[in-house]
Design a protein around this ligand. Structure first.
Ligand code: F6P
Length: 342
């Protein structure tokens, strides 16, 4: 059986472990051979690939990034794409199946193609942990670990200077990374897109921490919007006209906090640091098991579905499970964390 595999969308620690898991299980259990397409759908449609022999995946699960490269090319936007284009590419390479590793956009494209009868399985991927259908996505644990280490460092410099430190982490639509890094690092406030919080409340948490002699630590997800501050009311660093502007929400919050509390405040945006580097052991294991599960699905011809973690087990769920609704932070998880604020 010839199988294509590709990584698509933003990168994520653990992608190489998925590739290794699929290739090793495919070779050992199912007599599969793997072609790795470069830069996601682009490589598939333009015929750029590498043969993934066993030796090619040796030791890669600890490497960050993806040995295949990735891109945000969408199969339905590419000139040679669409159902016919992808079907022709699968034919050209004599592929019996395709493993698409990616986030919402990739899995939505994979679903349309699978609905049209193409032999595709999915592996869900995002550091944001906001895809439905799976309890966790690989990459999230690494992003939280990286964020926590960075915030621990911000705390010591903040304490030395008696400053308030604001750390902006990723999370456009869901605040999982902020919630977990904030809890792990002992933040005095965690601000996430799911929760409406006023500037007065933020200033109160910061002031309370300072009153107790602490250097206030605020963790904010990039998609957070304060309830009442007009000047920071444009999420994602976009202005009202949708144009990119410098500085994310953290940079815009810091001067407001300083004005309201009188405490000198600095912001650090962690940005893509959270996506880079070596995956944690948890992510390596999860990603490896997902890759192995994908090879099993291909062997069974179980098209149009993806691997998912339910509890501690890898299951198979329809691709739409990831797409139906965004997995956001539930109220009780925020309330639990908020007990520790201030
Ligand atoms: O979806 C994952 C994510 O890491 C988001 O949290 C973030 O907004 C986005 O990717 C950044 O993507 P890019 O690599 O295109 O800047």
């Amino acid at each position: 059986m010839r199988v294509g595999i590709m990584t698509s969308g933003g990168d994520c620690p653990g992608l190489n472990a998925v590739i290794r898991g699929a290739v090793l299980n495919g070779i050992k259990s199912h007599d599969q051979e793997y072609l790795g397409f470069l830069d996601g759908w682009r490589g598939l449609l333009q015929g750029e690939f590498m043969n993934l022999e066993r030796s090619m995946v040796r030791g890669i699960s600890k490497q960050g990034g993806t040995i295949l490269g990735t891109s945000r090319t969408h199969p339905f936007d590419h000139p040679e794409g669409g159902v016919d284009g992808v079907a022709a590419a699968l034919d050209r390479h004599q592929l019996d199946g395709l493993v698409a590793i990616g986030g919402e956009g990739t899995l939505a494209g994979a679903k349309r193609l699978a609905d049209a009868g193409l032999p595709i399985v999915g592996v869900p991927k995002t550091i944001d942990n906001d895809l439905g259908g799976t309890d966790y996505t690989f990459g999230f644990d690494t992003a939280v670990q990286t964020g926590t280490e960075a915030i621990d460092r911000l705390r010591t410099t903040g304490e030395s200077h008696h400053r308030c430190m604001v750390a902006e982490v990723m999370g456009r639509h869901a605040g999982w990374i902020a919630l977990h890094t904030g809890m792990a690092a002992g933040a005095h406030a965690v601000l996430i897109p799911e929760q409406k919080v006023t500037m007065a409340q933020i200033a109160e948490w910061v002031g309370d921490a300072e009153d107790r002699g602490r250097a206030p630590l605020v963790v904010v997800a990039e998609g957070f919007v304060p309830e009442d501050a007009e000047e920071v009311h444009t999420p994602l660093g976009l202005d009202r006209h949708g144009r990119k502007r410098l500085g994310g929400i953290g940079d815009r919050l810091a001067p407001l906090i300083e004005d309201m509390t009188g405490i000198e405040t600095r912001c650090t945006t962690l940005g893509h640091i959270q996506r880079g580097g070596t995956p944690t052991a948890f992510d390596r294991v999860l990603a490896t098991r997902m890759g192995m599960g994908a090879a099993d699905m291909v062997a069974d011809g179980d098209w149009g579905r993806m691997v998912a973690l339910t509890g501690t087990d890898i299951h198979r769920v329809p691709l739409e499970a990831a797409l139906e609704s965004l997995k956001t932070v539930p109220q009780h998880r925020y309330d639990e964390a908020a007990l520790l604020f201030g």
